[in-house]
Design a protein around this ligand. Structure first.
Ligand SMILES: Cc1ncc(COP(=O)(O)O)c(C=O)c1O
Length: 389
């Protein structure tokens, strides 16, 4: 049995995806295909490294040292062709905390922040919670594919005097891996109008074979000076519960502002096991990752093929990266609340409500395909049966 076909029960582990699903959907039979973590075990080598550290038995204050930074440097260079300096790295317990901190330290109240919708729900709250002005540049949906309206992007930046742009690359939920041309255009507009780029690249390693992830900061010297990039091994290697992530900021002034803000919150460490996981995953997880991507590609194709051939009402938006499929359900002709009930009560699958990603997500649902084929097959068959009815 391949490591990606083994089913490991997660119920009873305080798993958000499995244990909260029962509470949320009020039905133990609903198959959870929502929150973005995977139903696969992390690489064996990471488990071994963690086990060995746990056996040591003392979990005192732990420092992320130079060796850890070298490991990160190597990963970014090898996987993303991006050369950075050790000094550019700062640590954080997660990308969401990093986004909150960056918004607070790099902008002031009422200042405008731009996001591209539909998008990962916390992008809205990291702006609104701190009383910044939310400006949206809705993605254009045409011929089952999403693209950027650059005229609108620039006009919104000028009209609202935008100070910060939060980029999601690869994009959750629409699955785009932005091309070099798209990144260059966005970056040039931001440079021209003095807009700092806060780039959430948590899905950077999860890109399908025909696509390449390009860190926006790697485009040029100016781009690198104008960008704060949020990264993490937690999506890639299924380590979200260990909370280890980092930011890459070349600009010294920006980095000082960020670091000062982090320090003021008492956040300057990583947890002991997070450090071990980060290091071992980046040093020894590459072969596992290649196999994971093939599995996800298989699942993506499988779900798409079955939904497209066995129903006429569901369209899967072609995903270029991430393990999240964005499904157009508008042909079911249901209101958003009925669509949610349809998936929950008739299909008995727990998907993410498209509307939680913004106005443009109405009529869509998001499906997590990072699970063994048997579970994916079960979920897809349930949706098809319900749709056929
Ligand atoms: C785009 C994006 N950013 C951030 C996160 C969460 O990051 P973290 O768990 O490191 O806070 C997710 C998780 O789904 C995500 O999709």
């Amino acid at each position: 049995m391949s490591r990606f076909s083994e089913i490991t029960t997660r119920k009873g582990t305080r798993s958000v995806k499995w244990d909260l699903a029962e509470e949320l959907y009020n039905d133990p039979d609903v198959l959870p295909m929502w929150v973005a973590d995977m139903d696969f075990k992390t690489p064996e080598r990471v488990i071994n490294a963690l086990t060995s550290r746990v056996k040591h038995g003392i979990f005192g204050y732990t420092m992320p040292d130079d060796e850890l930074k070298s490991t990160i440097l190597n990963w970014l260079e090898q996987r993303h062709n991006w050369k950075i300096d050790k000094d550019w790295i700062t640590y954080s317990p997660g990308v969401i905390p990093s986004l909150h901190m960056a918004v607070q330290s790099l902008t002031s109240q009422e200042e405008a922040i731009l996001i591209q919708t539909p998008v990962y729900p916390p992008f809205y709250s990291v702006v609104k919670d701190h009383h910044r002005t939310l400006v949206t540049n809705p993605l254009v949906f045409k011929n089952e594919s999403y693209s950027i309206d650059f005229d609108d992007f620039e006009a919104k930046i000028k009209d609202h005097n935008v100070k910060l742009f939060i980029l999601c690359n690869p994009h959750n939920p629409v699955g785009r891996v932005w091309t070099r041309e798209e990144l260059v255009r966005m970056n040039n507009i931001c440079l021209e109008h003095g807009v700092t780029v806060l780039s959430d690249e948590i899905h950077a390693d999860l890109v399908f074979s025909e696509y390449t992830h390009i860190p926006i900061a790697a485009l040029s010297k100016q781009a690198s000076d104008n960008t704060v990039t949020c990264l993490s091994p937690t999506k890639t290697f299924n380590l979200a519960g260990l909370q280890a992530s980092y930011l890459v900021t070349k600009n010294e002034e920006t980095r000082k502002k960020l670091t000062a803000y982090f320090n003021k919150q008492g956040m300057f460490m990583l947890n002991t096991l997070g450090i071990v996981a980060l290091e071992s995953a980046y040093q020894q997880g590459e072969e596992w990752l290649e196999e994971l991507i093939k599995t996800l590609e298989f699942n993506r194709n499988y779900v798409t093929e079955r939904l497209h051939t066995e129903t006429d009402v569901l369209r899967v938006i072609p995903a270029e990266g991430t393990y999240l499929l964005w499904i157009d359900c508008r042909m079911l002709n249901l209101s958003q609340s009925d669509l949610k009930l349809f998936m929950q009560q008739q299909a008995k699958v727990g998907l993410n409500d498209g509307a939680s990603f913004g106005e443009e997500g109405k009529g869509f649902m998001r499906m997590n395909i990072a699970a063994p084929k048997e579970l994916i097959e079960k979920g897809v068959s349930r949706i098809i049966q319900a749709a056929q009815k």
